[in-house]
Design a binder for this molecule. Structure first.
Ligand code: GTP
Ligand code: MG
Length: 459
């Protein structure tokens, strides 16, 4: 079917970020306002076993539905889902992956609610937010999961003590006060001394959180001719509450977080080309690096060297000849901003190509023109310019950008004019800075008064 004239709104504006290859993708889902949700549904404090089992059931459904999820870890109202490293789930498109995970988890939560709370109506729709994070190697993905389990331990240890104190008659404030500044051993002692509870005897699901993964289990597939069971190792989705911080679990389950076996072409996937959105004004700002040193070496006049500024202007003019799409240039001191016309197709709006070629051309022009502007000065140090690309959707913002740069020119020039007048009148540079710090702290009128008095003092 032919594309309509409106189709460009998709082609030009919809940028679906693709997550980098050779990374474990983690989607972490978290219940929104579950503090309130748990209150409304009278969850047990601090842990409601049914609520946690419901979360685990949702996570199990996720692994059933999406085979590329190799591991899930959950605690309280959150669950992390780890996709296999080389997954091509939705071509690794971030918004698809995130929205589908959150949406599917939410709908299973609603559907399974009655299985876990047969006597409680769902009084408010539960909903979850989520984020996507990429972990580039085995160490970082292990550390991510360890971080979540340590967090589970710290929170649960605290909450167990807190609610035991409250249930024993303390107010929430008193319980908080009792626990303030306590270490792990203090909490264990409090539990055993006051409540005869050994923390290690608390349910593992509360202490360790829950892991969901495909475990190798021996299952009977059929019986032989003599009636003996024939068993095979199969992968079955399992929920466990084991330690995933130490090496033991991962040593036994090395197949879960295996690194992908890529062919060499996959390196192309890392070439992430960013195209600047259309109908936006592109501004490239170029500025000379370490210009203080450069101007000192080449004995530029202070605070302004007219010839050096003319050289910048000449280079900018050549830029405008080289790139007809530049509609405006504005420069001062060691920088120049170039505004490209709204719909420029320069390098198909590829950000890196625009940035690199502009800074390279500008540098070349500056070098080329040097002898013309400084016939008796040798270029003793190669100049270098850095560039930034900015993208503004409205002409008003471009105007504001240019006004901002001109205000900056004014401020800097006013300061430098005062500074060099003071120095030329005999002040030492540190002293001059100190004097100006005081002046520029006050109203704008002072520098003008200062300039006036300096003009009078030093002819
Ligand atoms: P946002 O995530 O920022 O929207 O806030 P939140 O209210 O969900 O808080 P957060 O995710 O930081 O913490 C989860 C909250 O859910 C806890 O503070 C508890 O109030 C509640 N919660 C989670 N699991 C249980 C449970 O098993 N029992 C009870 N009583 N509350 C729970
Ligand atoms: Mg939450």
């Amino acid at each position: 079917m032919a594309n309509s004239e409106y189709e460009y709104v998709k082609r030009e504006f919809e940028f679906d970020r693709r997550l980098p290859a050779s990374n474990w993708i983690v989607v972490r889902i978290d219940g929104c306002h579950f503090h309130r949700f748990s209150k409304i549904h009278a969850f047990e404090k601090p842990n409601d076993e049914n609520a946690l089992r419901l979360m685990n059931a949702c996570a199990t459904s996720m692994l059933e539905k999406f085979p590329d999820i190799v591991f899930a870890y959950g605690v309280s109202d959150e669950y992390s889902f780890v996709f296999r490293e080389e997954t091509e789930f939705y071509q690794r498109r971030e918004s698809k992956i995130l929205s589908i995970c959150v949406s599917y988890f939410t709908s299973v939560y609603g559907m399974k609610w009655k299985d876990f709370f047969p006597n409680k109506d769902l009084r408010e729709p539960p909903y979850f937010d989520g984020r996507v994070v990429c972990y580039p190697n085995m160490k970082t993905i292990h550390d991510y999961l360890a971080w979540r389990q340590v967090d589970c331990h710290i929170n649960n240890h605290y909450n167990t003590c807190f609610w035991m104190l409250v249930k024993s008659g303390k107010t929430e404030k008193e319980a908080q006060q009792t626990l303030k500044g306590t270490f792990s051993e203090d909490k264990n002692e409090l539990l055993s001394q006051q409540f005869q509870v050994n923390y290690e005897d608390e349910p593992a699901m509360f202490r360790k959180g829950s892991s969901v993964y495909r475990d190798k289990v021996e299952t009977k597939v059929k019986t032989d001719d003599y009636g003996n069971p024939i068993k095979r190792i199969r992968l079955a989705i399992t929920v466990s509450n084991l330690d995933i911080i130490g090496p033991e679990f991962w040593g036994k389950h090395q197949y879960i977080l295996q690194e992908g076996k890529y062919r060499y072409e996959y390196v192309k996937k890392f070439d992430d080309i960013r195209r600047l959105p259309c109908c936006n004004w592109i501004v490239v700002r170029i500025s000379a690096c370490q210009f203080d040193k450069f101007s000192l070496i080449h004995s530029f006049d202070k605070p302004n060297d007219e010839t050096a500024l003319s050289l910048m202007n000449a280079s900018a003019s050549l830029m405008m000849e080289q790139f007809p799409d530049i509609i405006f240039g504005y420069g001062f001191s060691n920088e120049y901003s170039f505004v490209f016309q709204e719909n420029t197709e320069l390098y198909q709006r590829n950000e890196r190509l625009i940035l690199s070629s502009c800074s390279s051309w500008f540098t070349s022009f500056y070098m080329m023109k040097w002898k013309e502007y400084f016939p008796s000065k040798e270029l003793v140090q190669p100049p270098k310019f850095e560039a930034e690309v900015l993208c503004y959707p409205k002409p008003k913002i471009v105007c504001d950008y240019l006004s901002w740069r001109q205000a900056e020119c004014h401020n800097r020039n006013q300061y430098n004019t005062c500074f060099w007048m003071l120095v030329k009148s005999g002040e030492d540079e540190n002293k001059a800075n100190e004097i100006l710090k005081v002046f520029f702290h006050h109203l704008n009128i002072f520098p003008i008064l200062l300039i006036n008095s300096l003009v009078i003092c030093c002819p």
